[in-house]
Ligand binder design. Structure first.
Ligand SMILES: [Fe+2]
Length: 386
């Protein structure tokens, strides 16, 4: 296990890269002179004492980017050196996008008008619910988490993985409901699983501090330990700054990279990308261009990269983000939706060519801590060779 440490002022450098990127097109690509920019900014910030762009939480005296080398049952496809460099470049790009507040999509930059409309409608709806007394009922619904057990059959599944169990959690938004970690633990404790995959959105808010979710996540992490690893991707509610707590959480973050899992000599691949809803870069797409495995799992916060995953021969695509609508008129018919990939991706199991996909309705809630006709869920998949 190795760590590359950046000092607090160097983290500010990453944030201060905003200065440079104001004058450079990002265009979902990594600027070729980024290394030079980092060095220049480092000199510039240290000499001029820049530390003003972001109010960092007080405890962030050191930032550790954690890189796990081959260990136990899994190993990362890329070398430590490549992963370190990629993670640093990713952090710079992500920090710029977060600080600019713009939305970067696969098909270009978007305004936040739809998102703002969505939030506005939610607020109006919250008032209506409170006036009519339904709010309490919806809050109670949100605290009731079901365990959904799903069997997935594949004719080409390597024999060693017949019966392999994957626990999938998404959209915890762990601070939306007080004591939510305990509710999750009660459900997870009795479950047996080989691999645990989390598809983003760990906190409620999109901006601001996240220090308050570290303790519940740390406690929850103890119950998510799996023999073949616990892997997570970031969602649109998560900040790149969370990556520094990767070792404490017990989860390995997959940021546009793949990990190879070996069981009884047979290998499968798990690829995780950064969130494509707000923070798409071509690196996410490129990370899905993998070959040479009999079975491949893609984990992405949203269904947006499902076409690319299917085209690259992935067998299973796990995502969340939609919350299944969270507030539905009847099951599967959301009152408000902010995903545009098609109705079939809103909730549950879907198919794209030979690839199976699953959009989790999420364990937690955001916007408003209520659910109607759309139960919170943690999902336990069982792979079958058939
Ligand atoms: Fe979410």
């Amino acid at each position: 296990m190795q760590r590359l440490y950046c000092r607090h002022d160097q983290l500010s450098v990453l944030n201060s890269s905003l200065f440079v990127f104001h004058f450079l097109p990002i265009e979902n690509k990594i600027p070729p002179l980024i290394g030079w920019q980092i060095n220049w900014l480092s000199w510039n910030c240290q000499n001029e004492g820049h530390n003003k762009l972001i109010a960092l939480p007080g405890r962030l005296n050191f930032v550790g980017f954690h890189f796990q080398t081959s260990a136990g049952m899994y190993r990362f496809l890329d070398s430590d050196a490549v992963r370190k460099e990629r993670r640093l470049i990713w952090a710079v790009n992500r920090s710029v996008m977060e600080n600019l507040g713009s939305i970067h999509k696969k098909n270009g930059k978007k305004s936040k008008s739809h998102w703002n409309l969505f939030i506005g409608l939610l607020r109006i709806f919250a008032v209506l619910l409170k006036l009519t007394g339904f709010y309490k009922k919806g809050y109670g619904n949100a605290k009731h988490i079901r365990v959904n057990e799903i069997s997935l059959s594949y004719p080409d599944l390597p024999a060693a993985y017949d019966g392999f169990r994957i626990l999938h959690l998404s959209d915890l938004h762990i601070d939306s409901i007080p004591g939510f970690a305990s509710l999750l633990i009660d459900k997870i404790k009795p479950l047996q699983f080989d691999l645990c995959l989390l598809t983003g959105d760990f906190r409620r808010d999109i901006h601001g501090s996240f220090s308050h979710i570290l303790k519940p996540l740390h406690i929850l992490g103890k119950y998510l330990t799996a023999p073949f690893g616990t892997f997570a991707v970031l969602g649109n509610h998560d900040t790149y700054l969370m990556a520094q707590y990767e070792p404490e959480s017990g989860m390995e973050l997959l940021i546009n990279e793949s990990v190879e899992i070996t069981k009884e000599g047979e290998k499968i691949l798990v690829t995780g990308t950064d969130d494509p809803f707000n923070f798409y870069t071509d690196a996410a797409l490129l990370s899905l261009e993998t070959t040479g495995y009999a079975f491949k799992i893609a984990m992405v916060h949203t269904p947006e990269l499902s076409q690319a995953a299917a085209a690259n021969g992935y067998d299973l695509y796990l995502c969340g983000h939609t919350h299944g609508g969270q507030i539905c008129l009847r099951e599967g018919v959301p009152l408000i939706s902010h995903q545009f990939e098609g109705k079939q991706f809103n909730h549950g199991l879907w198919h794209l060519g030979r690839m199976k996909g699953y959009t989790s309705p999420g364990a937690g809630v955001s916007g408003m801590p209520v659910r109607f006709n759309c139960p919170a869920e943690i999902t336990l998949f069982s792979l079958k060779r058939s």
